[in-house]
Design a protein around this ligand. Structure first.
Ligand code: FAD
Ligand code: S2G
Ligand code: ZN
Length: 475
């Protein structure tokens, strides 16, 4: 890696034009810190190419000059992957100007978009053609298609549609040497060697820059029923998943869990939210059934399922949304959790996954161990039950100082990851590794897996110029 010389900046300016290279400190600043303010770096310039050819030109230029690049989409990532290091010698390459929807074909059930298109705009373009693009995250108003591909994002629809990896048909990628790989096919079958797109999905920008993607579209599901329920424990949430699927099969399109602590934060910090029931409960669930227009009566299906759930004591209270506005307010209780943690000071995020049946044992074991490490630590637990994915986020005990809490971070996270590892879980279910979890990856990932990943990195980016220092712990 070489320092960024004036000559390189001048060449980049001639390649991208004045709008394509930001160097004024005020212009550069927003790109140097992540959404939460937890990861901060420095960079001499921000590159903003307008199209794939410009990306290819600047990547080749930086490759020949030995200058490292950090790709950035909406900068909503939660592991520090889109932020440069503190050296000031890396350049951020923002895909923010690449916002064209190149093609939307309802007959082919595919949509081809550039990397800088915001997720919500893809959802809208699909809806405008009578289709559904089912990826749904709390950050969907800001995160980009390039970012959700690079982190293989999950969100609330995974239990029915899968993660970003499952929603992708083809990619266009600028490789670390500047060549463009055009893999933008929408074929459903193409068995001609390695399925290369899967190298770049989830690689967090360490193997190349995704400049466009061909994505799957699904039948629209205008029929939706949504309910908020109270439950006595996590085991009930797991049993509810099976019960809902027995009654509604593939129409189960969301089943989200949250603890009382998570709901307390939302009610305290998210404007306009209100307590869903007369009394407090230990656990809550948000469920949604959805279907194309002319299918089974979802209201009756939901009523029958909830009746059985009450009989079995899985659910102790329930409210079914009676209007789109009420549906929106129930979802606001769930989607507001992430932001509601910020006013409580530093939050230690643990985006873990386990075999679904082991969720109750994990919550019990981790809770017991953490109480021993730091009495009163608040376990803001919520997540996507159908994926075995919990956001097991910690906030400091009431009355503790930020400094005392952060000083115990290693011990607290170690206790959680030890419990996950003992139960054959993953230390990162959907947010990726970035810089935040590199050391945890070294500790908990299989050494053979790490070696294979390093071999792929050496093959595609031998000079380590693509998002260096992210994902892979140094050997
Ligand atoms: P960025 O943050 O800009 O970048 C993320 C990573 O991808 C970085 O390593 C970056 O270098 C790389 N990258 C970005 N663009 C490209 C590209 N074009 N080519 C190659 N590499 C690239 N995530 C979930 O999975 N599920 C959730 O439910 C979820 N909920 C969230 C809720 C909130 C409120 C917030 C703030 C975040 C949430 N996230 C969730 C995390 C985040 O939104 C996702 O990780 C998302 O995929 C990041 O997209 P982005 O465009 O912001 O990427
Ligand atoms: C979610 C958001 C990130 C977090 O809301 O599903 O992925 O843990 C999370 O705050
Ligand atoms: Zn999530």
């Amino acid at each position: 890696m070489q320092p960024v010389s004036d000559r390189v900046i001048d060449s980049l300016r001639s390649a991208l034009g004045p709008r394509g290279v930001l160097t004024a400190r005020d212009d550069v600043a927003p790109y140097l810190v992540d959404w939460r303010g937890a990861h901060r770096g420095d960079a001499r310039a921000i590159l903003r190419p307008a199209g794939t050819e410009e990306v290819s030109t600047v990547v080749r230029l930086c490759h020949d000059a030995g200058v490292a690049l950090v790709p950035q989409g909406g900068n909503t990532g939660l592991c520090g992957g889109a932020v440069p290091d503190s050296s000031g010698e890396q350049l951020v390459l923002s895909l923010g100007r690449m916002r064209r929807i190149r093609r939307c074909d309802p007959n082919d059930d595919s949509i081809t978009v550039e990397a800088g298109v915001v997720l919500r705009d893809v959802q809208q373009a699909a809806a405008d053609t009578g289709r559904l693009f089912p990826l749904s995250l709390g950050s969907e108003g800001s995160c980009t298609i390039g970012g959700v591909l690079a982190t293989n994002a999950g969100g609330t629809g995974v239990l029915r549609y899968g993660m970003m990896r499952d929603l992708t048909l083809g990619l266009e990628v600028v490789l670390p040497d500047g060549r463009v790989w055009d893999g933008l096919r929408t074929l459903r079958k193409d068995n001609t060697g390695y399925d290369l797109k899967h190298l770049f999905i989830g690689a967090e920008g360490t193997l190349g820059i995704i400049t466009a993607a061909a994505l799957k579209l699904f039948p629209a599901t205008p029929r939706r029923v949504t309910a908020w329920v109270a439950m006595p424990d996590v085991a009930s949430a797991v049993a509810m998943l099976a019960l809902l699927r027995e009654h509604a099969g593939d129409h189960v399109s969301a089943w989200e869990l949250m603890s009382r602590q998570a709901l307390d934060l939302v009610l305290a910090h998210a404007a306009g939210t209100q307590e869903p029931f007369r009394r407090e409960h230990a656990w809550y669930g948000l469920l949604e059934l959805s279907a194309p227009r002319a299918t089974a009566d979802l209201d009756a299906t939901l009523e029958t399922a909830l009746g059985h759930a009450f009989e079995r004591g899985l659910v102790t209270d329930a409210v079914v949304a009676g209007s789109p506005a009420q549906r929106k307010s129930l979802w606001a209780l769930r989607e507001g959790i992430s932001e509601a943690q910020n006013p409580e000071g530093p939050s230690l995020k643990h985006d873990v996954s386990l075999p679904i049946g082991d969720l109750p044992a994990f919550v019990e074991r981790a809770g017991r161990v953490l109480e021993g490490v730091l009495p009163g630590v608040r376990r803001v637990t919520y997540g996507h039950v159908g994926d075995g994915n919990l956001h097991y986020n910690l906030s400091k005990p009431v009355g503790a100082t930020d400094a005392d809490f952060v000083a115990r971070a290693g011990e607290l996270s170690g206790a959680i990851y030890d419990a996950v590892s003992l139960m054959s879980g993953s230390i990162s279910a959907e947010h990726g590794i970035g810089t935040a979890k590199r050391e945890a990856a070294r500790t908990y990932k299989d050494p053979v897996e790490l070696d294979l990943m390093r071999a792929v990195k050496r093959a595609l980016d031998p000079d380590d110029l693509m998002n260096p220092g992210k994902v892979l712990p140094p050997a």
